[in-house]
Design a protein. Structure first.
Length: 582
């Protein structure tokens, strides 16, 4: 049993920790050959026990040995429930960091066993850390397997100890189902696969990443249809928010070459969402009921663990009280210390009770009857659940990963999307290439044709008012104005209103004045009083005039008297002396 002191939970054995110390006092009386033989015999005994599965190896937290030397689950029910909740949370979230966040959000503590110090071997409680989760998920002993030789240690010439992880097929001894575990061996293997998929490196066996908070629906699932490598993400800020681009840039980064292909992903994500909604519509009721059941089970499990934390704090407070009551009152040095410890335990109990009540009230508000009814109402409308803005993007991506194996993209004259479902089914989609920025801002051809028609009769501002009254908008979604109509006329090479009027034979101001033999100001006055017919060709009220032909107005032409403008004076005084108030 002495040799087991120098074996950790991973079965790492170093002769420097035991053999050298055990034989240190024998070097003066034994030769090096005898020491080597004795060391080999000790090592052989350890290996023989390992082959039988009887070697004592320090158990991790949650496991212990009984009086018969058998490995069993820790009799502390709170420790068992904490470990089971850890495995269940990792299975639900698919990420070790998400598991840590879930424990912190629920205010749950996690046990760990002290390896050194005065309290060596004791179980203490504290916040769960990322390293704890990774060690537990990688440890096969939680699956009920006896393992020896999973790691190997050696010393360098500088005296540093290096521990390397050995592949499973090279383990010295592996006995599955040697005792009861927290999970099955299949679940252990699936957990390892998830961790490999979540690893943030670009190796061939670690190309996936855990679903995150970004809006890209196919994050980690997109393959390049040209080179076969996995595509990465780039986000762009648009008015609607973040929009993803799927980029194949692995070779470009490695060899300084142009990227293989880059495809805007907003339209692809929307189309994939529609496909999933069509595929999942028969299962909406079961999905909603499972969601409600899972939410309720999470809250109940967290409440049970917090209640056990209160029970543990109450036990420790009662134990401190009994210790204080048993001490001799006259022995004040001991009594004062025990009284302070009792007060400390009472404060810890009060804090645990307050935290338990606060979390309990929070959980009641988190899932009340109205929210339960809302979940059930979503059972008959899964598309609304999928498109609900309150549904986190991360949860959508987790649902996608349960249904899709991968998606292959090829950009050519259009975008070919090859969707491969889990189970072998496949579907091919063809989507048009998304429009560029200038194409998205292009004015509708129907509006351009309407502007072309209205230029025959109206100016720019009048055309803009006519279009706005009908609720039409520009390519940017804005109301029309005179400048936007002028830009449309110029960009689409439409004939201007001036050219259209000139093509009808209309005369300019100077041409009309010359034709009638009067000043230009007189032409304006006659137009204002209806003697000449003019057509405005811009918003400055500049006009082109229609030639009067056979009936031109004369200087002495009679007109009806008016108190605003004495036109009758044209017959006597001439146009130079006419005064008009209008």
């Amino acid at each position: 049993m002495l040799s087991s002191t120098f074996l950790d939970e991973d079965g790492v054995y170093d002769p420097a920790h035991f053999n050298d110390r055990l034989l240190l006092g024998l070097k003066g009386t034994m030769s090096e050959a005898e020491l080597h033989v004795l060391r080999a015999r000790l090592r052989g005994g350890i290996l023989n026990k390992a082959k039988r599965g009887e070697l004592f190896i320090r158990p991790p937290v949650g496991l212990t040995y009984n009086a018969e030397g058998q490995c069993i689950l820790d009799p502390d029910q709170q420790v068992q429930d904490s470990l089971r909740l850890l495995f269940a949370t990792f299975w639900r979230t698919g990420s070790a960091m998400a598991t840590v966040k879930a424990f912190h959000q629920q205010g749950l503590k996690f046990p760990r066993r002290l390896r050194s110090g005065p309290g060596k071997g004791d179980v203490v409680w504290g916040p769960l850390e990322h390293g704890h989760v990774l060690r537990i998920l990688h440890n096969p002993r939680y699956a009920g397997a006896f393992v020896y030789g999973r790691m190997r240690s050696r010393k360098t010439i500088e005296g540093r100890q290096i521990i390397t992880r050995i592949p499973q097929d090279q383990w010295f001894m592996f006995i599955p189902a040697a005792y009861d575990g927290y999970i099955s061996w299949d679940e252990y293997q699936q957990n390892l696969k998830r961790l490999r998929d979540n690893a943030q490196i670009l190796g061939k066996d670690r190309r996936h990443s855990p679903p995150r908070e970004g809006p890209a629906l196919l994050q980690g699932l997109v393959l390049c249809g040209r080179c076969g490598k996995r595509m990465t993400l780039r986000y762009h800020v648009r008015k609607a928010g973040l929009e993803p681009d799927y980029v194949c840039q692995g070779e470009g980064i490695a060899h300084a070459e142009p990227i293989c292909q880059q495809i805007p992903g907003a339209g692809i994500d929307r189309r994939i969402g529609d496909v999933l909604v069509e595929a999942l519509s028969p299962l909406t009721l079961d999905v909603a009921l499972m969601v409600q059941q899972e939410l309720q089970s999470r809250l109940e499990e967290a409440d049970r663990l917090r209640q056990k934390q209160v029970e543990r704090a109450r036990y420790e407070a009662d134990l401190a009280q009994r210790r204080y009551m048993k001490v001799d009152p006259d022995h004040r040095l001991v009594a004062d210390t025990l009284e302070a410890d009792w007060n400390h335990k009472l404060r810890a109990l009060t804090e645990a009770q307050h935290e338990y009540q606060r979390r309990r009230e929070h959980d009641r508000k988190a899932l009340n009857e109205e929210q339960r009814a809302a979940i059930l109402s979503l059972a008959t409308d899964f598309p609304r659940l999928w498109r609900d803005p309150n549904t986190p993007d991360r949860e959508r991506k987790r649902m996608v990963r349960l249904l899709l194996e991968d998606v292959t993209l090829i950009r050519d004259a259009d975008i070919t999307v090859q969707v491969r479902f889990r189970g072998g089914a496949a579907r091919t989609l063809r989507l048009p290439l998304p429009l560029n920025a200038w194409q998205q801002r292009t004015t509708n051809s129907e509006i351009v044709a309407e502007v072309d028609r209205l230029l025959n009769d109206l100016t720019y501002s009048e055309i803009a008012s006519s279009l706005n009254e009908r609720g039409l908008r520009s390519g940017e979604g804005l109301p029309f104005c005179a400048r936007s109509i002028a830009r449309i006329q110029r960009c689409y090479r439409l004939r201007s209103r001036y050219d259209r009027l000139r093509a009808k034979g209309l005369l300019t101001l100077r041409e009309m004045a010359k034709a009638l033999g009067i000043p230009t100001d007189q032409v304006k006055i006659w137009r204002r009083h209806g003697l000449l017919r003019g057509y405005a060709f811009n918003d400055k009220n500049e006009c082109l005039f229609e030639h009067p032909r056979d009936n031109p107005p004369r200087k002495a032409q009679a007109a009806k008297p008016s108190h605003h403008c004495p036109v009758d004076k044209l017959m006597t005084d001439g146009p130079q002396e006419v005064q008009c108030e209008a």
